[in-house]
Design a protein around this ligand. Structure first.
Ligand SMILES: [Zn+2]
Length: 343
């Protein structure tokens, strides 16, 4: 079969790899029909050290079950399913708490396992991991459903971690797909005012469509001052940090009001939290982490199926498997917000 392999910074190839197959009784074998490129795939695209064996890529995908292992109970051949970006057993202490990214028997796609940017995937812990979709494999809703594998669930996690809710003022730091989905999530949870910190015109237009009420395109101290102006001098109740850089994190902490909360879903690019002291004295909660998107799929799915939210609009480019290397380039050059792969 063919799949995407990264060999180093800027070196993404689509090539032949060993066929995916069932190895454990708890596995399912999936033919991938839709996948996509993630903002987090751009970190290794920028910085990965050369690897002779390469790294299999892709952690967001939808597909059709081809076969299941002998102990799989909830899935059957022909089911159309979505996979979250982490696999999990669904039964351990942390899965039962809804924290599947900490599953005691789970893990993440790629590396030694199959990745989603390929023709097929061996899915470990299939019963716990996969969710059957109520639509056909070529349904028009596929882009929106695919966001449930990561970006929509991650935006929702940021909003929950930041305690977004009815009547709240929410600020979203980052205009990538996760930040844009964070706007959807904040509005869905009842936020009254949603301020996007971003500067890219196409992303700002989509942000407004998703319900952003204010746009702040300044950076650093100027951005903080603008958010203060927009919030009666007090700052936002809830801040979604969807980038992970020191500068964006410092801005996120600085625009939270006293007693507010920051939900961090941008993978931190350094090991300490910048600007932590003023946030401490303002009693700002700092929460978040990798989103347990598996916990949110059943909750968000009806909103996508019934058209109340349209997170699939974050995809502004479609390619086939051969076009994946250029898709990475386009996202890295900020030509595309997010690239959908039809396989
Ligand atoms: Zn578990």
């Amino acid at each position: 079969m063919r799949a995407t392999v990264m060999y180093g910074a800027g070196d993404v190839r689509v090539e032949s790899v060993p066929d995916a197959r069932i190895a454990e009784p708890t596995d399912a074998l999936l033919t991938v029909t839709r996948s996509c490129i993630c903002g987090s795939d751009l970190w290794p695209y920028k910085k990965m050290e050369r690897s002779a064996s390469g790294r299999r890529m892709g952690h967001e995908f939808i597909g059709i079950i081809e076969a299941v292992g002998t102990s799989v109970r909830t899935l059957k051949k022909g089911d159309v399913v979505v996979a979250p970006f982490a696999w999990s057993d669904g039964t351990c202490e942390f899965c039962r708490q809804g924290l599947q990214t900490s599953c005691l028997h789970g893990g993440f796609w790629g590396g030694a396992l199959d990745g989603g940017q390929g023709e097929a995937v061996r899915v470990p812990q299939a019963d716990g991991t996969l969710v059957v979709l109520p639509v056909g494999v070529d349904d028009a809703l596929m882009p929106g459903l695919l966001t449930l594998s990561d970006v929509m669930g991650t935006g929702h996690h940021a909003a929950l971690a930041a305690k977004a809710g009815s009547g709240k003022i929410v600020a979203v730091v980052g205009d990538g797909a996760v930040g844009l989905c964070g706007i959807i999530a904040a509005r869905r949870l009842g936020a009254e005012q949603v301020i996007l910190l971003g500067r890219h015109p196409a992303r700002i237009a989509l942000a407004r469509e998703f319900g952003a009420t204010d746009i702040v395109s300044e950076r650093g101290e100027e951005a903080v001052a603008r958010v203060r102006d927009l919030t009666g001098g007090l700052g936002a109740h809830s801040v979604l940090e969807c980038v992970g850089h020191d500068e964006s994190t410092a801005t996120a902490l600085a625009i939270a009001r006293a007693g507010g909360a920051v939900g961090r879903v941008g993978v931190p690019q350094s090991s300490s939290i910048p600007a932590a002291v003023p946030a401490f004295f303002a009693n700002v909660t700092i929460a978040g982490g990798p989103a347990p998107v598996r916990a949110y799929i059943e909750d968000l799915l009806p909103d996508v199926v019934e058209g109340r939210i349209e997170p699939g609009k974050v995809f502004d480019r479609v390619t086939d498997l051969d076009g994946v290397p250029d898709g990475y380039r386009a996202m890295n050059d900020r030509e595309a917000i997010k690239v959908l792969i039809e396989i």
